[in-house]
Design a protein around this ligand. Structure first.
Ligand code: SAM
Ligand code: SF4
Length: 372
């Protein structure tokens, strides 16, 4: 069966001859051949995780990287410094796997904060154990937190994550808020027939506490390769599900390259389509599959083993850590990073019809091994 790269797919607009290399003398920064500039860095601290979400990891297995293969704290700090000081990175998101399982997490954040006093540094986490770590993370210099929370029902949570840790997660979210790691953003992936019906209740819970909930369309990045286009819950369906209880209207604030399209939320007048009362808060929908935002993408990703990924669906991984360990200078590392970003695909190609046709080839890495 022929292998098709996600970025070569119909509609992605990247077919044709291989583009020429990055011209010399380009403006500094992480620019690509389509004129986008990456300023938002997602850095994975580990591929390990203590949950096993069905849309991300397999029930069992998935060999962890060795300690030696993963970037050390010093290597992370150097790579971030090159990104910020030489390549125009303006914000940093720490992710994984699960960043909280890294024993030297506080040291990493303290060192990053010392080097970059004004850099927004956020972290995406499943919040297991966050109740005990939130205050320390704040003191170390973490700016803000994103927590993944797909259900408020113990059984559904356990079905989705394959671990009975809902109470720990809820304690973690509250501790993050109390520690001043707000605004707390919550990420929820809806799965058909499992937690999709819960979406208005999840939104009510978040609005009540002042947390900003974002629904993420499920992407074909699960280790089990169970994703199908037909079965995923689309952004249009999410808006429909929420419209049972709420009226959504476009948030007037500029989207500014954010993956989530934000909506203001008002309560619905029972039995009518109209809204009543004040704006209760906002909800975000990240429609990566059906309403992609690739043309305004500002992200550059570094995996836990120091590979540059210009896109979640990129099949080109460029080894930055290997070069660093060979003794490369900052300039050489910056140049390799720029080269890697120059060939960023125009689009991921997930939005074209027939994605779940038999010849679609899902990326080899699961989301946990990339860093979402
Ligand atoms: N373990 C942390 C967590 O869950 O927040 C950080 C890493 S996790 C890979 C980052 C985000 O990716 C989570 O919000 C998760 O819901 C999302 N994610 C994982 N697999 C996904 C998929 N197949 N489609 C869409 N989002 C996914
Ligand atoms: Fe772990 Fe996050 Fe993946 Fe869930 S989504 S398995 S918490 S890395």
């Amino acid at each position: 069966m022929p292998q098709r790269r996600a970025d070569d797919s119909p509609g992605a607009g990247t077919s044709g001859p291989q583009p020429p290399g990055r011209p010399a003398g380009l403006a500094p920064g992480l620019v690509d051949r389509y004129g986008r500039r990456a300023t938002d860095m997602r850095l994975s601290l580990t591929d390990k995780c203590n949950l096993r979400c069905t849309y991300c990891m397999p029930a069992e297995g998935l060999e962890w990287l060795s300690k030696q293969a993963v970037m050390s704290a010093e290597e992370i700090v150097r790579i971030v410094r090159i990104g910020v000081d030489m390549l125009g990175v303006r914000e940093l998101r720490l992710t994984g796997g699960e960043p909280l399982v890294r024993a030297d997490l506080l040291d990493i954040i303290s060192a990053l904060r010392l080097a970059h006093p004004d850099l927004p540094i956020s972290m995406t986490t499943n919040a297991v154990g966050l109740d005990k770590k939130a205050a320390g993370l704040k003191t170390a210099g973490l700016s803000r937190i994103n927590v993944s929370l797909d259900s408020l029902h113990e059984e559904t949570f356990t079905q989705l994550t394959r671990r009975p840790f809902l109470a720990k997660v809820l304690a973690g979210v509250d501790a993050a808020w109390a520690a001043g790691l707000g605004p707390v953003k919550l990420n929820a992936v809806l799965m058909r027939g499992i937690n999709d019906v819960e979406s208005p209740a999840l939104l009510a819970w978040a609005l009540d506490r002042g947390y900003e909930l974002r629904f993420i369309e499920q992407m074909p990045l699960d280790a089990d390769h169970g994703w199908t286009r037909r079965n995923m819950i689309t952004a249009a369906e999410i808006r429909e599900l929420l419209s049972v209880d709420y009226v959504l209207s476009a948030d007037p604030r500029e989207r500014d390259g954010a993956p989530a399209e934000r909506f203001e939320v008002r309560a619905k007048v029972p039995g009518s389509a109209g809204a009543t009362g004040p704006v209760l808060g906002t909800v975000g929908i990240i429609a990566s599959v059906t309403e992609p935002f690739c043309s305004d993408c500002r992200r550059t990703r570094i995996t836990a083993e120091g590979k540059i990924m210009s896109c979640l669906f990129s099949r080109e991984e460029v080894d930055l850590l290997g070069l660093l360990r060979e003794g490369a200078s900052d300039e050489q590392l910056a140049e390799r990073w720029q080269d890697a970003m120059w060939i960023k695909p125009k689009a991921h190609g997930m939005d074209h019809v027939g994605l779940d046709a038999p010849d679609f080839v899902q990326p080899d890495r699961s989301m946990s091994a990339i860093g979402g």
